[in-house]
Design a protein around this ligand. Sequence first.
Ligand code: HEM
Length: 319
Amino acid sequence: MNLPKLHSITKKIMVALLGGFLLVFLLFHATANLFILRHDEGAWYSAFCHFMGTNWIVKVFEIALIGAIALHILLTLWLALTNRLARPVRYHQAQKSKTHSTSKLMVWTGILIFVCLIIHFCDFYFVKLGWVKGEYMVKVEKLQDPEMMGFVQMAQQWDMTPEQLVDELEQEASMFTAANDDSAGTAQYIAGLRDKLEVMNIVQRAQQEGNITQDMQWIRHLTYDERQTLRRAMPENDPEPDFYYMAREKFSHLHIVLGYLFFFFVIFMHLRHAFPSAFQTLGLNNYKYNNIIEVLGKIYTWLVVLMFAAVPILVFLGL
Ligand code: HEM
């Protein structure tokens, strides 16, 4: 089998650099997740997610991140495969190397992380991409439409509900369009009115069900269908995923908490080796600094994993 030529040390250096980038991301991600622990109706975490979802520099970073994850996985698998092809006949006796046992598990823990990551993306990231249904939120002020306020007042003056007024308009329009041939335009106008009325109903329902934050800024717990209605009626005001409530809801179920703890354990196994290994590949280690790198690696790994684990555990315990 012929694989494209790339020197194995080049591949190792690329894996180490990409891994280093991912180490920085993980620390950042774990730190930001701690906002979920605040009992502030998600004010901080939602503001953070809003920034992440709207800032174009972050969007470029996100593409780079997904690319880095994909490349990191591909290169490691490629390295493992070329190493195997270089020695088609296995050693008669398994070597007892001093290599840390976790290093031998790197490929396997990597594959497990990949599987867990896809499940994690289905929980959150794919909701943002619109591939999976979730819960959404939108700023109240964005839903206030002066045209509709006028429409409701008009309905009140004529002693009708807004829905009755739309029905009335529709009937009149059908008679009018029978004489003039603009049925498509009129139907579109009426459909637009109905969507906007539905937006008003959504706001009313949110008020009745207490789904508006105390500062009256956000409507939360919008369903996928409600989000679709809002997007249709006001395309410029696309509701955002409500990651704060989604995370809190998910981590109220024991099986999801346990699943995530397993995910963090596998990350722990992977990182234990990844940190010193990246330094070694990049030639940044020597006898003088080896111990420091080892200690730093341990501190980093425990810190990141404990920060990640704190969120599901504390949310589950209601703290
Ligand atoms: C308590 C644990 C975790 C929670 C609550 C959490 C939450 C989230 C949320 C809400 C998003 C979407 C954010 C957005 O796109 O604006 C996200 C994305 C992401 N998560 Fe996590 N996450 C956790 C653990 C992890 C772990 C352990 C990893 C890596 C191994 C990870 C990797 C990612 C990646 C790569 C993305 C997509 C990039 C991004 O949007 O920033 N997450 N996570």
